[in-house]
Design a protein around this ligand. Structure first.
Ligand code: TPP
Length: 614
């Protein structure tokens, strides 16, 4: 096994080309073996194996910096940079992160996970070089996907790079997919480039001719340059990037090390912004992933031989939302569904398959998704934007300016709210309550179970206000708790007792109910309230209830600062004790394990309450 001999990129440089190809196969086998048992971003990482080998072969890492956009395709990079021995701990509690992580390795200059940031980060590093002593300067490479390129931030980075003309290599890795098939006019353009590799040869020939045959300063040179300029638009691929100020190279086969290595070596000797376009196959080398790269983008554990998923078939909140929206859209023809490149993750694939004319995948463009929804709502339609809590962070300004300020009837179905598990700190959906709660006009709800999620979605669709419904990445709980019809701001009192009041939000209602059963066995009498709404609150009723008990507790699956408990303590005169998550970046690990760690289970809540009563 060659892989056993690779402890750092220095070892890679001792290998011959055939050995590098063999190494690529061994890395693929290792990735498949580990991801089949712990899940992860399989297809993208399999597609970027040769790219990782070529980059580490050509660069002097970790002095030189590679920034992988999103970072989900960087498993080979991890394996090559001294992390193979611990690779089996991928995405597990206290194990290797599923994304580049600064804490984990000097080869990861940034901790990443959100899309379209790589060019801007790389430009910052490239710009900083001028301020560093010569011996400390390094090369900077950003690897972006065609999906990342559908995000506006990536364009801002490219635009500024072309303007600043710093030394930077952007590698554009196209495979015609984000998670789902890539969308947008630019993606169509890239596909056109891929299918016409002839231009680059033509351009190369023209450049060689001009360089070798035409005397410098001659009229002929000026003419030839004009001719080249004129032909550019017709023939040269990457005119778009050239106009942005980049020198464009490619497209190349991103799995062919014999071409990749010398090309990257050559380009690294050039100054200014350069863009190398490579074409790869998502899922390369594992037939089930090549055949179904969408399913294997973020794979759950699977059987290697067949690719068969080993996931539980229990119902999730996402599936409940997915089905209910389709049911509501059957009757209400104004409903429009919007996703920012996550049709499968948000469950909107069902809507897309049922009502393709009322479904929009806008690319990895959360800001645009929210603005676009505003336009649709202003025109009288009922947009439902399904989005992960962590990615809604991107659209904060649009939410305030284009939705809330206009008081438009847009529904935001905020999935993955709370602890998400294996994707770790970049993906935990724990900040949304704190950044949403203070926005005027917004109605915010959280369901205790599947039934309540369905009710809330229907309620939101019929309310002419901006509404957020937040729900976790979880199986829906078995629930026999009552769910009377929803009324704006009205909580449900689930049980009444005179000692303490527990107001538990959304995913924390059932664990708090379990906690109350435990505490009642010890003689503590509890009033348990499911508030349903974070905003608006029925302050009068909450005050009345709170005056009948001695202690008040709130429970939420979100960061405490500025969260739901803060909302309660702002309106009640009695002191409240808040149970929830600390304001810290929560590591990866199974959701259940992390909930237990932070005391957000029935037992955990009961012991926190008891500890505070003492
Ligand atoms: C801001 C943001 N939105 C959504 C995602 C979810 N996401 C992760 S990877 C990905 C697709 C990336 O596509 P591309 O850059 O083409 O890489 P590929 O997986 O095709 O190699 C998406 C949408 C994200 N990481 N960040």
């Amino acid at each position: 096994m060659l892989l056993e001999r690779i402890n750092s990129p220095a070892d890679l440089k001792k290998l011959r080309l055939e050995e590098l190809n063999q190494l690529a196969s061994e890395i693929r086998a290792r990735i498949i073996e580990v991801v089949s048992s712990c899940g992860g971003h399989l297809a993208s990482s399999l597609g970027a194996v040769e790219l990782a080998i070529a980059l580490h072969y050509c660069l002097d890492t970790p002095k030189d910096k590679i920034i992988w956009d999103v970072g989900h395709q960087a498993y080979a990079h991890k394996i090559l940079t001294g992390r193979n021995k611990v690779f089996a701990t991928l995405r597990q509690y206290q194990g290797l992160s599923g994304f580049p992580s600064k804490e984990e390795s000097p080869y990861d200059p940034f901790t990443t996970g959100h899309s379209s940031t790589a060019v801007s980060l790389a430009l910052g590093l490239a710009c900083a070089q001028e301020y560093l002593p010569f011996e400390k300067r390094y090369k900077v490479v950003a690897v972006i996907g065609d999906g990342s390129l559908s995000g506006g931030l990536c364009f801002e980075g490219l635009n500024n790079t072309g303007h600043l003309k710093k030394d930077i290599l952007v590698i554009l890795n196209t495979n015609e997919l984000s998670i789902a098939p890539n969308v947008g006019a630019l993606s169509t353009y890239l596909n056109k480039l891929i299918s016409l590799p002839i231009y680059n040869r033509f351009r190369q020939a023209l450049e060689n001719f001009v360089r070798t045959r035409v005397p410098k300063g001659s009229r002929l040179l000026r003419l030839a340059n004009k001719f080249e300029e004129g032909l550019k638009g017709l023939f040269i691929p990457g005119i778009f990037f050239e106009e942005l100020g980049f020198r464009y190279f490619g497209p190349l086969d991103g799995h062919n090390l014999a071409i990749l290595i010398p090309t990257i070596n050559n380009i690294l000797n050039l100054t200014g912004p350069n863009l190398l376009h490579v074409i790869t196959k998502k899922g390369k080398g594992y037939p089930p992933a090549e055949a179904d790269p969408v399913r294997f983008h973020s794979a759950v554990p699977f059987e290697i031989k067949t690719g068969k998923s080993l996931a539980s078939s229990r119902l999730t909140y996402t599936q409940v939302f997915s089905q209910k929206l389709v049911d509501l859209a059957k009757v209400n023809k104004r409903i429009i569904a919007i996703t920012a490149a996550m049709p499968e993750g948000t469950g909107l694939d069902r809507f897309r398959n049922t009502y393709p004319d009322r479904f929009f995948d806008v690319g990895i463009a959360e800001e645009h998704a929210v603005c676009f929804a505003s336009g649709l709502a202003e025109a009288g339609l009922k947009p439902v934007v399904a989005i992960y809590s962590t990615f809604l962070q991107r659209a904060y300004d649009q939410l305030i300016e284009e939705i809330a300020l206009q008081d438009l009837g847009v529904v935001l179905a905020v999935d993955r709210a709370g602890i998400v598990g294996e994707d770790g700190p970049t993906h935990q959906g724990i900040f949304d309550l704190s950044f949403l709660r203070h926005i005027p006009n917004l109605v915010i709800m959280a369901p205790q179970d599947a039934r309540e999620l369905e009710m809330m979605l229907e309620f939101a669709i019929n309310l002419d206000k901006p509404v957020v419904i937040r729900y976790p990445k979880a199986f829906v709980p078995d629930s026999s708790l009552p769910s009377p019809p929803l009324r704006l701001a009205e909580p449900v009192i689930l049980k009444e007792g005179k000692d303490i009041l527990v107001i538990a939000l959304g995913s924390m209602v059932i664990p708090s109910f379990q906690a109350s059963n435990l505490l009642e066995k010890e003689g503590i009498k509890i009033t348990l309230v499911n508030p349903r709404f974070v905003k608006p609150l029925n302050v009068k009723l909450l005050k009345e209830i709170s005056q009948q008990v001695r202690f008040i507790f709130t429970v939420e699956e979100a960061v405490l600062e500025g969260g739901f408990g803060s909302a309660i303590s702002e309106v009640l005169e009695t002191a409240t004790i808040k149970i929830g998550l600390p304001s810290e970046f929560i590591c990866a690990g199974k959701r259940d394990l992390l909930l237990e760690k932070y005391g957000l289970t029935g037992h955990g809540i009961a012991s926190k309450i008891k500890a505070n009563l003492k």
